[in-house]
Design a binder for this molecule. Structure first.
Ligand code: BGC
Length: 414
């Protein structure tokens, strides 16, 4: 080949790769220590493919602020390439006609074979994939500081009765028994673990998935609400408004004994250099060892006009489901891979328990969607129920009977 044709060929190659390099703007709310490390892995993956990463992080655990910002961006016709959206909200966004069809990527990468069917179905609208999943978080966990427990002579609880015995012992030892952040999604995270532990999986499904009025108002719900309110007595006066990761930090530092939180909390312990089984313990929330509240993070992909950005978006979707990414991301995030058949040798015992319990609960019919984390009911109902539960938590004048009536009302929100 002559010198000229060589350089022409090189120029051709260059313009081909330039034409392919696009920008992905990604909206997420992963801003705490562990979350940010996990998000950085996604950014690095995209940059390795030659694309530009435009970070669209909106701080705020549980994602309420992120969703508000997203709505205004989409309404003004300026959607990002991808946004952290999950559960029934995916269908709500798809109905607006703003999400892209990712079937090309999904077919090429065999997503139907690599995902549990129930999860895959939730990522499709009218049979087409509209989102890519990153993980499975378990919500019904209790995180504890073993050294603090030892000093207080307390035992890790497996029932709610034992929980209150441990909480009393921790209190007597001069530590805050329960690290809590008074924000409505955190209140509800505690509430749904109490509901699962006190009422069991069938009750949870009736009350918090099917929204059955007889279960939202009845003897079991009464016990759930009483137990939930009793937990509050073991939180500290600075809990209102506290971010979840600051509550985790209290357990890490030994200022508090335990926290009820999903396994993104593990990301915080790990980011602080703590070792599972030694510096911190993960046990199922009291009474829920045989059940599993799942929360699957996924990215909805929005319709884009620019072909290079569309290509970058498809690369993002493919990368998210790759074995390399599923491993490194979830090692940092505290969750487990959503992709089936992955080796877990690099994962710790909390993750291995989570994975085994996911499979076992799925077989036993005790795998339930987290309502606090947007997996269970339409977003308007979820918001209304969260408001009731937080009102009950905060207002000592509100009775259990009033709270139950309000829950029944909230379930009817359109
Ligand atoms: C998300 C997690 C996130 C957590 C706290 C949950 O709803 O699923 O990915 O770490 O909120 O921000």
């Amino acid at each position: 080949m002559t010198r000229i044709s060589l350089s022409l060929a090189a120029a051709g190659l260059m313009s081909a790769s330039l034409a392919q390099a696009g920008e992905v703007e990604v909206l997420h709310w992963w801003t705490s220590g562990g979350e940010a490390k996990a998000a950085a892995e996604l950014k690095a993956t995209m940059q390795k493919k030659g694309h530009t990463w435009k970070d669209f992080a909106v701080a705020g655990g549980g994602g309420d602020s992120a969703m508000t910002v997203l709505k205004s961006r989409v309404v003004s016709g300026n959607a990002p390439a991808a946004a952290q959206i999950k559960g029934p909200s995916l269908q709500e966004w798809a109905r607006e006609g703003v999400l892209a069809n990712m079937d090309g990527v999904a077919k090429a990468e065999k997503w139907d074979e690599l995902l549990p069917k129930a999860i895959a179905d939730g990522l499709k609208y009218k049979g087409n994939y509209i989102a890519a999943p990153v993980n499975v978080h378990r919500v019904n966990w209790l995180w504890a500081n073993p050294e603090v427990f030892k000093k207080a002579g307390a035992k890790l609880p497996t029932t709610w009765d034992e929980f209150f015995v441990a909480a009393e012992a921790l209190k007597k030892a001069g530590v805050i028994p329960v690290a809590h952040g008074g924000q409505n999604w955190q209140d509800f995270t505690t509430f749904e673990s109490v509901a699962l532990g006190v009422g069991g999986a069938d009750f949870y499904k009736k009350a918090l998935v099917q929204l059955d009025a007889g279960s939202l108002k009845g003897a079991t719900m009464q016990k759930v609400l009483e137990t939930f309110k009793k937990v509050k007595g073991y939180t500290d006066k600075n809990a209102p408004g506290r971010d979840w990761n600051l509550a985790t930090a209290m357990v890490i530092k030994g200022e508090a004994g335990m926290q009820l939180m999903g396994d993104w909390a593990k990301g915080e312990f790990l980011a602080a250099g703590k070792v599972p089984g030694k510096d911190f313990a993960c046990v199922a929330a009291p009474g829920t060892a045989k059940s599993y509240t799942y929360n699957v993070d996924s990215f909805a992909l929005f319709k884009l006009k620019d072909p290079a950005n569309q290509k970058a978006q498809q690369d993002l979707a493919a990368a998210i489901m790759s074995t390399d990414f599923q491993e490194v991301f979830n090692l940092n995030k505290g969750s487990i891979p959503v992709r089936l058949g992955m080796k877990l040798d690099k994962f710790d015992d909390c993750a291995k328990t989570s994975s085994a319990d996911f499979v076992a609960s799925s077989k036993a019919g005790s795998l339930v969607p987290s309502i606090a984390h947007g997996m269970s009911v339409p977003s308007a109902v979820e918001g209304a129920m969260k408001d009731v539960v937080s009102q009950f938590w905060n207002d000592d004048k509100m009775t259990v009977a009033q709270a139950m009536d309000k829950l029944v009302g909230a379930a009817k929100t359109k």
